[in-house]
Design a protein around this ligand. Structure first.
Ligand SMILES: [Zn+2]
Length: 137
């Protein structure tokens, strides 16, 4: 009985002279490594193994990786807006640390006030960044 053996490689292109890294047993492992290496493709190999453990057929399928999560370039963030949800006081900042300092001082001076952060970008307009102080702390 012939059977099929499948494994995955991370690779940087679909060209003949591509760089490949692997093999991996699962797609997830190969994808993780490809992301680390900034490779844009996965290659799925299928070996059809015959009765005598000989490879009868090799199939390979390229899988293009969707663009991964990328950090938002700083230049796209135009302004950071802080607004106290309790008393409505607002301020505008260029840097995240300035917003944090403002919020720290405000919440120190006014107990139980809760400052929210908004990011204003050209593309999305004003957008709230939730849990920002937990992630910055
Ligand atoms: Zn306040």
């Amino acid at each position: 009985m012939a059977y099929k053996e499948t494994f995955w490689m991370a690779c940087d292109s679909t060209e003949q002279m591509r760089a490949e890294y692997g093999p991996f047993h699962t797609r997830a492992e190969a994808e993780q490594e490809a992301r680390k290496l900034a490779f844009g493709y996965l290659l799925r190999y299928e070996h059809i193994i015959g009765d005598n453990e000989d490879i009868q057929e090799v199939r390979c399928i390229f899988v293009e990786l969707p663009p991964g999560p990328v950090a938002v370039p700083a230049r796209l963030i135009r302004k950071l807006h802080t607004r106290c949800a309790t008393c409505g006081e607002t301020a505008i900042h260029d840097e995240a640390w300035q917003a944090e300092v403002w919020a720290d001082i405000h919440e120190f001076e006014h107990s139980r006030h809760r400052v929210r952060l908004f990011e204003q970008t050209r593309a999305d307009g004003l957008k709230e960044i939730s849990d920002w102080r937990d992630t910055c702390a």
